[in-house]
Write a protein that binds this ligand. Structure first.
Ligand code: TMP
Length: 217
């Protein structure tokens, strides 16, 4: 069993929802306000995880759904133990561009992998770490596709029905966990979204000042 003081904040949404832009803007606000933070992404964020990312997004490969899911878990395992937990122990805020919910939404709701298996593996590879706050940037598939443009990696190339299930999956998770996952309408102006996200994050940091979270491996 171990305890940490920092906060884990994840950003989620379908491809093209603008979450990477919002992660950058959020980190800018954390820096301006003197907060100690790190920014990471999934899959990736470690040398090994970035290699896994390249394989996962490469259009030349078509792995089994189970293999794909396990590779996302492998990248998460590395990132959590090597980067996220040490930062949380040090009391830092961790901004994570995608985390456990992505596997539920994509490989689970999108790909049809058993949700309870994904939950179990998420638990095993993170030691039970759950984001303290998750921002879901929700956007229609049509608008997301328009923003993405023409080039598509292996995940983006999956068909529209797959991505429709992913979006529905995210909205389902948000309905199940309304205290943790907050929906932001990603059709709004970039700065409006950023202000709203900042208010949600600041409130969470403020209310967490003396809290500690416990996890176990
Ligand atoms: P990104 O481009 O937003 O960084 O994410 C990479 C792609 O990987 C994106 O299409 C979503 C997908 N993905 C999954 O399918 N499952 C996962 O567990 C994660 C973390 C990402």
């Amino acid at each position: 069993m171990f305890e940490t003081r920092g906060l884990l904040i994840s950003l989620e949404g379908i491809d093209g929802c603008g979450k990477t832009t919002q992660a950058e803007l959020l980190c800018g606000k954390l820096a301006q306000n003197g907060f100690d933070y790190i920014q990471v992404r999934e899959p990736g964020g470690t040398v090994f995880g970035e290699q896994i990312r390249q394989i996962l997004l490469d259009n030349r490969y078509s792995p089994l759904l189970r293999t794909e899911m396990l590779l996302y878990m492998a990248a998460r395992s590395e990132l959590t133990e090597q980067v996220i937990l040490p930062a949380l122990f040090a009391g830092k805020t961790v901004i994570c561009d995608r985390f456990t919910d992505s596997t539920l939404a994509y490989q689970g709701y999108g790909g049809g992998t058993d949700l309870s298996l994904i939950r179990l593996l998420n638990y095993k590879v993170t030691g039970g770490l759950v984001p303290h706050l998750t921002i879901l940037l929700d956007l229609s598939l049509e608008e997301a596709a328009r923003r993405r443009g023409t080039s598509a990696d292996r995940m983006e190339s999956k068909d529209i029905r797959y991505h429709r299930r992913v979006r529905k999956g995210y909205l389902d998770i948000a309905r199940q966990e309304p205290h943790r996952m907050k929906i932001v309408d990603a059709v709004r102006a970039v700065n409006d979204q950023s202000e709203l996200i900042w208010r949600l994050v600041f409130r969470k940091i403020d209310s967490n000042k003396s809290a500690r979270s416990a996890y176990e491996f």
